[in-house]
Design a protein around this ligand. Structure first.
Ligand code: PAF
Length: 290
């Protein structure tokens, strides 16, 4: 695996790959890799003849009071993991490569970026779409891989790809969970022992709503009430939002008549975690994917 730190070199490698007719898959990450990231790499490895992973803790997607400085960084370990999965190129630029002095452009997907996470983290998605567009331009992949744990991010990146006629196909992969249901996240590393136990309340509350759906509930108010009451029962949890929204528009809905997402953001102590469940009405009933 080749480690690349500069945009120019990465672009040269990408040009060469295209000239050779390679099918390039990009897995953009901020590092501190876990099984969730590795599942994206495996999906890319299966479909693509060349796999590039990127590690860049993107300052533009952190608010002034957020955890940019503290965000876990583990380049050596990440590098070994990616190497073991036969990644061809690791693009790990320093901040000044991505945002040189005088950098002054940003990309915003309007509407979708202001809902849910966007309400609590103003500017976050502008930071995400700006860096993702740069990475897509630099690496020129045919496929780019994102996890459904960040469902709003995946929806927004897809919208950007559609609106800007980008060549890359955006592939969204399932959430990877611990055996007790906690969705894998680099931020789980912040949790103390009792917080780690408490953090299972996110997936438990979603699973509880799933049971109601399996028993025929189609109205969202009682489902959201059930999720909220499960979360309220956990003393270490403070809810930022818990909603059921249209999977396309991310606007709240009243009934499960079309694809939806149950979405949560919850503070466990000072750590803010997100989780979601995809809800899809099908011919034979409603399927819930946690
Ligand atoms: O999901 C992430 O890790 C980041 O938001 C991404 C897509 C790598 C952009 O910085």
């Amino acid at each position: 695996m080749e480690l690349i730190h500069t945009v120019d070199w990465m672009k040269q490698v990408a040009r060469q790959a295209r000239a050779e007719g390679a099918i390039v898959g990009l897995v953009p990450t901020m590092g501190a890799l876990h099984e969730g990231h590795l599942s994206l790499v495996r999906a890319a490895r299966e479909r693509c003849s060349r796999v590039t992973a990127s590690i860049f803790v993107n300052p533009k997607q952190f608010g002034p009071k957020e955890d940019f400085q503290r965000y876990p960084r583990a380049l050596e370990r990440d590098r070994d993991l990616l190497e073991s999965l036969r990644v061809d190129h690791l693009f790990a630029p320093p901040p000044e490569e991505m945002y040189p002095r005088g950098f002054s452009t940003s990309v915003t997907v309007e509407g979708l970026s202001e809902r849910l996470e966007g309400r609590s983290r103003p500017g976050h998605f502008t930071g995400v779409t700006t860096v993702v567009l740069k990475l897509l331009e630099i690496v020129q992949p045919s496929f780019a891989y994102f996890g459904r744990k960040d469902a709003q991010q995946a929806r927004i990146v897809r919208q950007m790809a559609r609106d800007l006629n980008l060549d890359a196909e955006i592939v969204v992969c399932p959430i990877v969970r611990e055996s007790d249901g906690l969705a894998l996240s680099s931020r789980n590393a912040y949790l103390g022992e009792s917080e780690r136990r408490a953090a299972t309340v996110l997936s438990r509350s979603l699973a509880s709503a799933r049971r109601m759906i399996e028993h025929g509930e189609r109205k969202t108010v009682p489902l959201v009430e059930r999720i909220a009451s499960e979360l309220a029962a956990e003393p270490l949890a403070a809810v930022d939002y818990a909603e059921i929204v249209d999977a396309e528009t991310l606007e709240p809905i009243e009934r499960l008549d079309w694809p939806a997402l149950a979405v949560l953001a919850v503070f466990i102590g000072s750590t803010r975690l997100i989780d979601n469940m995809r809800i899809e009405p099908r011919a034979g009933g409603v399927v819930c994917e946690l």
